[in-house]
Design a protein around this ligand. Structure first.
Ligand code: 5GP
Length: 219
């Protein structure tokens, strides 16, 4: 029951006014609202780390795969919490860290093209390993489905996926990760390492971009 349940922030009340939080001055005019303040993000990640460690079996190191670039902040904070978690047997889960660069977006539209940075030779090292894929956001789900297809061809022993955010969108292909932080409404979000054409990675809170921001940073 611990997996596949998440905090639903699709309700109106999760639309905090910018003036209630510290926002970098250079982004002040480019955002509509704060959707998830950084403190809540951190508290939820602590719980995700706990659930993942509780479900981890076996002795071999868990290969925690960071999906770059958006996932790097979530990955770093998740790994930090996981290092502090002990299993029911009183031991820590040994972790080994991997990085996969995946790119599928331009402006705020999924391009349908998914580029993965690892070579077949590098992916072959996943054979027989237990993988945890760490992603920032699932929108249509197509990026993750393609990544998983590619990884499974290299016969890992197990693959679990955690995503900080799961967007509720009619364009969803139906894919749901094993561990989700928050279900969010169908808006384009930035901050906490989520970018819009490489901007906003230096914003701590998860925020909704406005039309001024979209126009200013369009490519
Ligand atoms: P999908 O293939 O699930 O449609 O897209 C997943 C990828 O699109 C994510 O890894 C992320 O890079 C990007 N993405 C989707 N929605 C958003 C969003 O609201 N904000 C940002 N910054 N990126 C998004």
């Amino acid at each position: 029951a611990s997996t596949n349940s998440w905090i639903d922030v699709t309700a109106e009340k999760f639309n905090y006014s910018l003036e209630h939080f510290v926002i970098p001055k250079h982004y002040e005019n480019d955002l509509q609202s704060v959707m998830i303040p950084n403190g809540l993000v951190m508290d939820r990640i602590e719980k995700l780390a706990r659930m993942i460690v509780d479900d981890t079996r076996g002795q071999q190191p868990l290969v925690v795969c960071c999906v770059l670039k958006g996932g790097h902040q979530f990955f770093a904070d998740l790994v930090n919490f996981m290092k502090k978690c002990v299993t029911k047997q009183g031991s820590n889960v040994p972790l080994s860290l991997e990085f996969i660069k995946v790119k599928s977006y331009e402006n705020d539209q999924s391009t349908g093209n998914v580029k993965i940075s690892l070579t077949d030779e590098e992916l072959a090292e996943f054979k027989g390993r237990d993988l945890l894929i760490v992603e920032d956001i699932i929108d249509t789900g197509r990026t993750m489905v393609r990544l998983l297809d590619r990884l499974k061809a290299f016969e890992p022993a197990s693959v679990r996926v955690t995503s900080l955010l799961l967007k509720k969108t009619p364009l969803s292909c139906g894919y749901i990760p094993d561990y989700v932080g928050f279900a969010i409404p169908d808006a384009f979000v930035v901050g906490y390492a989520l970018d819009y054409n490489e901007h906003f990675r230096d914003l701590d809170h998860i925020c909704v971009i406005n039309d001024t921001g979209k126009a200013k940073y369009a490519v």
